[in-house]
Design a binder for this molecule. Structure first.
Ligand SMILES: *Cc1c(COP(=O)(O)O)cnc(C)c1O
Length: 213
């Protein structure tokens, strides 16, 4: 099952330069194939083990771009670097240092987003803003990293106005750091994410329906 009306509505609302990632976690490769038939090329997955067989099913679709959006465990870094074009969830200095080292070994230069946590949220990871600023000179000196921007997920208890404020903060910090992109906005808040300056929306359930997993 795919929701084409929602897909078209979102696509029609995207300003120039803003991309849509269809987050396909919990859905099968056939749903991805259907969306690709409508021109959708960017797909998001949050688990390496789930993504590998789907990518295998879709090997004939050479133009798909794969975005890793889940919590990235240390022992999955090499696999994720090999399988994904973008990593949205880089949430600590040791993790990006590891990505740099392994990317060099694998002769890859992944597109990276740094996940930032702008509010207290025990459920979510991410750099605190002060932490990111402190680590900044180290981060920019790392090899085999193509740093695109910042990623953020607001805590679920924020209302839409509060989320918009958070998204604007993220955009301000990205601009301050000289980064072009902000990966922000999901099914429940993508419109305010656009108002807040998102350049990549990550949308799952609106496009694919409820997840099994
Ligand atoms: C699952 C997920 C999404 C998509 O969430 P929906 O609410 O289904 O749109 C976006 N970003 C991340 C990091 C996710 O894990």
């Amino acid at each position: 099952m795919i929701y084409l009306n929602e897909f078209k509505k979102i696509k029609d609302s995207l300003p120039l330069g803003v991309g849509l990632i269809a987050v396909s976690k919990g859905h099968d490769s056939e749903a991805i194939r259907k969306f690709s038939g409508y021109g959708q090329l960017d797909f998001g997955e949050s688990r390496l083990q789930e993504a590998i067989p789907k990518k295998n099913d879709l090997k004939d679709l050479h133009r798909l771009r794969w975005h890793f959006v889940g919590k990235l465990q240390k022992n999955k870094v090499r696999g994720v670097i090999k399988e994904f074009d973008f990593i949205h969830s880089v949430d600590s200095l040791p993790l990006i240092e590891r990505i740099s080292r392994i990317s060099e070994e694998e002769q890859k230069t992944p597109n990276i987003f740094l996940q930032v946590k702008f509010r207290d949220d025990p459920k979510k990871g991410g750099f605190l803003k002060e932490e990111l600023l402190k680590s900044w000179s180290k981060i920019v000196s790392l090899k085999n990293i193509h740093l695109l921007g910042l990623m953020t997920i607001p805590p679920i208890f924020l209302n839409l106005d509060q989320r918009k404020d958070l998204f604007l903060e993220c955009k301000d910090l990205a601009t301050y750091l000289g980064l072009k992109d902000c990966s922000m906005g999901m099914s429940s808040d993508w419109q305010v994410a656009l108002e807040g300056g998102a350049s990549w929306l990550r949308i799952g359930s609106l496009l694919f329906g409820k997840r099994k997993a």
